[in-house]
Ligand binder design. Sequence first.
Ligand code: SF4
Length: 218
Amino acid sequence: MKKTDPQTSLPVSEIFSSLQGEGPFIGHPSVFLRLGGCVEPYCPWCDTRYALEEMDDVPVLEVLERILSYPCRRVVVTGGEPFLSWENGLSELHRQLTERKYEIQYETSGKIRIPLPTDAVVVCSPKFIEGAWRFMKANVGAVHYFKFLACGSDWPEVIEGFVTEHGIDREKVYIMPLGATRQEQLDGMEAVFSFCVEKGYRMSPRLHILTYDRRRGI
Ligand code: SF4
């Protein structure tokens, strides 16, 4: 892996310790590193829009120190779109964390190339915006799990279309209700539940929203 200067800065939106709220590692204690910036077109339903606007440039070594200050040895790198920073500091942070035997999970939309860090888990949440999937087909093989939000009135057909087109194993697919509030989550759960039973997908709630509603940094 290419080394970058550890003094390179990452666009940090927030760092906090919590439980993974959704997807294959739901409930796992994790340190979250949210990097700022995303790839257009932005999602109209984006629930982390602050990550597109509020960020500080923090040197990689300082980010590392802040992660190491938590007892948890599992890191979720999310965004925004974290892989925008891969060549500009994130690959160096990845190297430093893997040297220390940390487990790393990346959360990406797959709108840009995934750089295949084979010693990390990549969870991709493809976005269907203005009638089209904003996903690079070449990324399929780099993704360990897919997460889909049940978004828009035709989400069952839209998600089925993506899974079929890309030949994705249903065991790799998690479907979650759309919604940034507890009530929206509850309102969307029944439809997702019955769809997953019918089609053989996995369902994921969004535990952080169900527990804390709109609270940020959790
Ligand atoms: S990809 Fe994620 S961070 Fe970017 S606009 Fe969509 S929901 Fe927001």
